[in-house]
Write a protein that binds this ligand. Structure first.
Ligand SMILES: [Zn+2]
Length: 373
């Protein structure tokens, strides 16, 4: 998700990143304009890209604000010249497919284009009223030679374009939300992505014959679809893989009656950073290597019992990775004991979860590639 984008500060507390295709847009504006008029003012070319950039930022801020209001805070915004991708923090709440989820998704999707249409409408009305010499309807609509007119048309384009049912454009997100009423979220995404790719291809082909900007849009659409697909694969791994598939079954445990020095001795011989503490067959706590060291340094030798963390979450072995991930992040834990009928059958640690997710995503990609070849 982060590759090909550079950090650009924060807005409303949300991480802002610029996708490198924005540089592409810069080169593209320069090329098309120097081809059509011979000479280009670099300042005006930059200003045009700046207008598009600002409009895209406001579009994404629209999504982020609506998301915040609906209880899904945005984690990051990746800006692409056609709109950008807002990465929502889905770990905050369970993804139960329900009436509310799809209605919420539709509201969040519409909020971006609405911002652009409002800007276009407001700027257009003001220009018509105070500066009719701008000639709002004259061509070219978006060009560095007429920046106010470009502001209106770029926003109109961004608004209308994003309403197309081509995932991951906002119209496509609405479509996915409608699909997700009948089917699971991953399949709904896949279906919407397929429709989006048909649109992207059409844009690129038609654009070559008619308008080079359309080819450009098709190209960006493809890139955006790729970003989304990657996160959909990740999500599907999270939702479909069960803890029993990835949990560590060969692990060390400690007893509450162990001394901290004994515990450290055991920890030295293990790769684990966190240990379940077991009395008989009961889980009574968890403790980390770090906590053992800290306690030894601060108070000298003592018992595991007095230092261990008694508040912990357990998970069933049939639970999904997503559920374990939510439990870990919600309480800032680094280990979850996995139980079956109250019996400890494995552990999942944050470290082990990250590794397994990366491996599983990779193996799915390989399997998919094998199917396609
Ligand atoms: Zn949008």
């Amino acid at each position: 998700m982060r590759s090909w984008s550079i950090p650009a500060g924060r807005i409303l507390g949300i991480e802002l990143r610029i996708h490198l295709t924005f540089l592409f847009l810069l080169v593209f504006v320069w090329l098309t304009e120097s081809a059509s008029r011979g000479s280009v003012s670099i300042g005006r070319g930059l200003a045009l890209v700046g207008i598009i950039f600002g409009s895209v930022v406001l579009h994404e801020v629209g999504h982020a604000l609506m998301g915040m209001q609906a209880g899904v805070p945005a984690k990051a915004i990746i800006l692409l010249p056609i709109g950008g991708v807002t990465v929502f923090d889905e770990t905050q709440q369970p993804l139960e497919p329900g009436v509310l989820t799809w209605k919420r998704d539709i509201r969040v999707a519409f909020s971006g284009p609405v911002v652009n249409l409002l800007i276009a409408f407001a700027a257009g009305s003001i220009l018509l009223a105070v500066a009719p010499e701008i000639r709002l309807w004259a061509r070219p609509w978006v060009h560095s030679s007429n920046l106010p007119r470009s502001l209106v048309w770029a926003n109109l384009w961004l608004g209308v374009l994003n309403l197309l049912p081509a995932y991951p454009l906002d119209g496509g997100r609405v479509l996915r939300a409608l699909f997700s009423r009948r089917t699971d979220p991953v399949r709904a995404t896949r279906r919407a992505v397929t429709i989006g790719q048909v649109f992207a291809t059409l844009f690129m082909l038609v654009g070559m014959l008619w308008n080079i900007w359309l080819t450009m849009i098709g190209f960006f659409l493809f890139i955006a679809a790729q970003l989304e697909e990657r996160s959909a694969v990740f999500q599907s791994v999270l939702e479909t893989v069960r803890l029993e598939d990835i949990m560590l079954t060969d692990f060390a445990t400690l007893s509450p009656a162990d001394t901290l020095e004994d515990a450290l001795e055991k920890a030295v011989h293990s790769l684990q950073d966190d240990f379940p503490v077991i009395r008989g067959s009961d889980m009574v706590g968890v403790i980390s290597k770090q906590k053992i060291l800290q306690a030894l340094r601060a108070e000298g030798n003592g018992y595991v019992q007095s230092v261990m963390n008694r508040i912990f979450e357990v998970a069933q072995k049939k639970e999904s990775l997503a559920s374990a991930f939510r439990k870990l992040t919600a309480r800032n834990l680094s280990i979850i004991p996995v139980v079956e009928d109250q019996r400890l059958v494995g552990i999942v640690t944050l470290q082990n979860l990250m590794h397994s997710m990366a491996l599983l995503a990779e193996s799915r990609k390989l399997r998919k590639a094998a199917l396609n070849s």
